[in-house]
Design a protein around this ligand. Sequence first.
Ligand code: ATP
Length: 394
Amino acid sequence: MADVVLEDVNKEYDNGFKAVADLNLEINEGEFLVMVGPSGCGKSTTLRMIAGLEDITAGTLKIGGRVVNSLAPKDRDIAMVFQNYALYPHMNVFDNIAFSLKLAQRPKAEIKERVHEAARILELESQLDKRPAQLSGGQRQRVAMGRAIVRRPRVFLLDEPLSNLDAKLRVQMRAEITELQREVGVTTFYVTHDQVEAMTMADRVAVISGGILQQVDSPMKLFNEPDNIFVAAFIGSPSMNLMEAVVHRLDSGLSMQLGSQTLAVPDSILAQRPGLERYLGSTVAVGLRPKDFEDAAIATDHPVDQRIRAHVSHIEALGYEVIAYFGIDAKPVISLEALELTEEQVAGAEHRVSRAHARFHPTSTVRPNEAIEVAVSMENAHFFDLETGLAIRG
Ligand code: ATP
């Protein structure tokens, strides 16, 4: 095991494209760190630099305290699992797992012991004589993991290892890989575009966009305290609703004016986010998660000054909750960074209507085309500076 430290790491490709800029990131010893971001944001480039498959243009990469910038991949003591884990079709599972050890000319008895240990951890013991074609997709994925584990590397690198599997198997393998990582305890860097995968598997998640690291934190912290609009919009499913609001003072606390309506921000909330005072008379972005809305017909005790009128366009009754889609008379947030993530909201921009979605209690009886009142838990609201995109807190 070893930690992995990237200091001011940059990657510029030969064509001049800057794929990663000034990346500072520490993957602690034994940690499961997931890097997540949209397609083309520089995730694979980062992983490939750690693996030694891509040169580092500037900056320092350390594994276990040692600078490895110019060390060949085979000397870095890492093991990789890719999206397209090509198993050798003519070899059985044992030989596939044993391949790298045979290549390294390890003694036969040691190879046997290590392969059986990997097979035990991966529950592949009864499959060792089979060829890849005789295995299920999940078993093949486990063989690919076995090939990595058997080398007892100091660092695991996984690049979208689940993206070729069907949805059900992906969920199962998510749990299996997480358990495996805990059992083996190897420092792991895992790359995915799927934020649910990141949130469910990682000790910490690194969110990256356009080659720039946005935030590194535990899944819960990312969800509850996103540092900027990009992270707020990217993390969470269904995603956060982001609308523009003008900040006004009330007798007690502040109010947020969304279009023709206002939502109260009580003193208690203001005490946690005193920075909002600086925005009096200005427009900010208000972020509200779907879970922080409720059908006001159910939340009858909710303060009247924390309710908003909405027009329902569509509902999805899932049995355990009702997802309601509605329009609110408020300008949607169209920050450049959030653009690709909020296409739906952008669609309504010219009408100054925000298309929002909420998770209502399953007993909600709201119907499409209905005008409703929505209770808003303002204590959970997020506020962002529209120019910088940064969260407004202190
Ligand atoms: P995806 O999930 O789609 O693989 P990613 O976040 O892993 O995306 P990278 O593969 O790291 O993205 O690529 C980051 C950017 O660098 C992309 O815009 C890509 O087009 C560009 N890029 C990748 N390889 C090269 C290369 N060899 N030469 C020039 N540009 C490249």
